[in-house]
Design a protein around this ligand. Structure first.
Ligand SMILES: Nc1ncnc2c1ncn2[C@@H]1O[C@H](COP(=O)(O)OP(=O)(O)OP(=O)(O)O)[C@@H](O)[C@H]1O
Length: 346
């Protein structure tokens, strides 16, 4: 981000290249830009008396308001969000009031963290603490830091621009729009460039994730659970500016869960995922073990476990194919040969 002095000395072409929306600002301010290779200082020095009256501001005021325009636009577009380098979870206490069994967990951008634990142990609570950027003010008394600092309270309350995007099990659409209309509406609200190409990409990715394909003209209310979930995941991965993604249970949703995760982490986001499924849990770099409301352990995925995951993937695919055959009324055969092939038996 340029400061005010830098702005004065930057060529107009450089400012527009860095922040394309400033072209509008210059137009609104009626600044005549015959030569975009000049900097703002030079332009103001060369303004005719007449032109100077049109611009109203002097150089100081002009660059100050240009700067705040850029800051506002960046905030609006969510571009300042991408600077989350680390998310830290500081220990609180479990349901019995005992301190948690760790001090501080630092998660870097691009990392996947799984959260595992029995039903009712507090997995969703941990995700909620992160979403709320808790500061000792939730039942667990955990604290959340972003880039080693107490996060700004604005993260909690702003509507459009969010630190955290949450994908939950219930994904009900209420609007009566086609898939394409919905995506365009969202893309427009984010003021993205190349809207058509982006919408096409989200649509294609969503169709790759969905077990059953759907058309761009389909009404979103008519999509199946798996299809709407696939659409939301592709939309979140590609359009959301939130640097942290929380996933509460992705299993049994009729989508390709691994591809979904790859798509989500592909964009240098932090992904935390509560799951009971070993194939997904082992996709994580680490897994948090929750028990009785507290973090009982943090385990780094071992090389052995990564090998196991490849075996489980094959098993998962076999089961998936069986489900598919079942659905389409086929007769099912034994799979012992395939199992032997992956050395799961014998
Ligand atoms: N450290 C804690 N102190 C007090 N209450 C807690 C704590 N951790 C979790 N809880 C509460 O325990 C209840 C169950 O937690 P939660 O819903 O997060 O479990 P879960 O692991 O997500 O369960 P499931 O697997 O069934 O979805 C919630 O009401 C939650 O607020």
């Amino acid at each position: 981000m340029f400061n005010q002095t830098e702005l004065k000395n930057k060529k107009i072409s450089e400012i527009i290249a860095e922040y394309p929306y400033t072209e509008n600002f210059f137009k609104e301010q009626k600044l005549v830009l015959n030569d975009q290779e000049k900097n703002l200082k030079e332009i103001f020095q060369n303004l005719s008396l007449e032109a100077r009256e049109d611009v109203v501001f002097d150089l100081e005021q002009f660059t100050a308001s240009l700067l705040s325009y850029i800051e506002n636009m960046q905030e609006f577009l969510g571009e300042t969000d991408s600077v989350v380098k680390t998310l830290s979870i500081l220990a609180g206490k479990d349901k019995s009031g005992y301190p948690e069994n760790y001090k501080q967990l630092n998660i870097k951008s691009g990392e996947i963290i799984s959260i595992v634990g029995p039903t009712g142990s507090g997995k969703s609570r941990l995700l909620a603490d992160i979403e709320w950027t808790a500061q000792g003010d939730t039942p667990t008394e955990r604290k959340i830091l972003i880039n080693d600092q107490i996060p700004d309270k604005k993260w909690r309350f702003t509507g459009g621009k969010k630190l955290v995007a949450q994908l939950s099990q219930n994904m009900n659409f209420v609007m009566d729009l086609s898939v394409k209309e919905f995506l365009h509406l969202h893309a427009e609200s984010r003021l993205v460039e190349q809207e058509d190409a982006l919408v096409d990409r989200i649509f294609e990715e969503a169709n790759q994730l969905a077990g059953e394909k759907f058309a761009a003209e389909a009404q979103i209310t008519s999509l199946s659970g798996g299809q709407s979930r696939a659409l939301m995941i592709a939309d979140t991965a590609i359009l959301s500016s939130s640097p942290i993604i929380l996933i509460d249970e992705i299993e049994n949703a009729g989508i390709n869960r691994e591809k979904a995760l790859e798509l989500l982490v592909g964009e240098e986001k932090i992904v935390l995922m509560a799951t009971h499924d070993p194939v997904l849990a082992l996709m994580g770099d680490k897994r948090i073990i929750i028990n009785n409301g507290g973090i009982a352990d943090i385990i780094t995925t071992t090389a052995e476990e990564k090998k196991l995951r490849r075996e489980l993937q094959i098993l998962d695919k076999l089961l998936g194919d069986l489900r598919e055959d079942l659905r389409y009324g086929k007769k099912l055969g034994q799979i012992s040969q395939q199992l032997t092939a992956i050395k799961l038996i014998n």
